[in-house]
Design a protein around this ligand. Structure first.
Ligand SMILES: NC(=O)c1ccc[n+]([C@@H]2O[C@H](COP(=O)([O-])OP(=O)(O)OC[C@H]3O[C@@H](n4cnc5c(N)ncnc54)[C@H](OP(=O)(O)O)[C@@H]3O)[C@@H](O)[C@H]2O)c1
Length: 187
């Protein structure tokens, strides 16, 4: 399985896959009301799927996710997923340690971050970001950790207007209370 997870993309020799990665409540939210992420930390802090992080070479995240992650930074000390790129229309005047701000076309941002992943996978984080990448056909796989909780409200898995995207399931693994589902994006 690990060889499959970390394998090279067929169409881009030397580049890893582009993977939309997120934890999701059973009712389809990736953040609760007011961007609440305590439920994710609670279930994911033991790292139920330790094979995912070593397969990750870089992250491309939306500014929204970055701002929430900054507020939670004390909790997230064992990150080892490679360079982090933040896409925004308005980069801050001062650089921020540990992240590179990008202001460019989405496909260019994906190519930049993917090239920095050293042949490993590029993870895409953020509902808005991921929806745009899916809509533009830039995503190879979707990886979802389904957490056993209902939230009722919050940030949905995808933004309205995404349209239909067909997926091909290829892996379904349980670790304690968390189920990891993996899909290839049909292109
Ligand atoms: N459960 C999980 O696994 C998981 C994972 C990731 C995030 N989250 C949560 O999801 C929430 C954030 O998601 P979100 O959908 O609200 O925001 P997001 O996708 O992280 O960020 C959206 C922002 O990214 C920038 N952006 C997006 N597309 C762009 C483009 N084409 N060009 C330039 N900039 C672009 C814009 O920032 P500017 O307005 O600065 O231009 C936009 O407002 C947070 O609560 C976070 O904690 C959950």
């Amino acid at each position: 399985l690990r060889r499959v997870v970390t394998g090279m993309s067929d169409t881009n020799a030397g580049l890893g896959k582009v993977v939309v990665n997120r934890a999701m409540s059973l009712d389809g939210f990736i953040a609760g009301p007011d961007n609440a992420m305590d439920w994710v930390i609670e279930y994911m802090k033991e790292d139920p799927f330790p094979e995912v992080m070593p397969a990750t070479g870089a992250m491309l995240i939306g500014r929204g996710t970055h701002e929430v992650a900054k507020r939670m930074s004390d909790e997230d000390t064992d990150y080892d997923g490679g360079p982090v790129f933040v896409l925004t229309h308005q980069p801050p005047d001062e650089p921020e340690q540990g992240v590179t701000f990008l202001t460019c076309d989405l496909a260019e941002a994906v190519a930049t971050a993917r090239a920095a992943a050293g042949g490993k996978n590029l993870e895409i984080l953020g509902a808005d970001m991921a929806s745009q990448c899916l809509q533009r056909g830039l995503v190879d796989e979707v990886l979802v950790y389904v957490l056993p909780v209902l939230l009722g409200d919050g940030v949905r898995f995808s933004t309205s207007g995404l349209g239909r995207i067909d997926l091909e399931p290829f892996s379904n693994t349980q670790s304690g209370p968390v189920t990891m589902l993996r899909f290839r994006v049909r292109k």
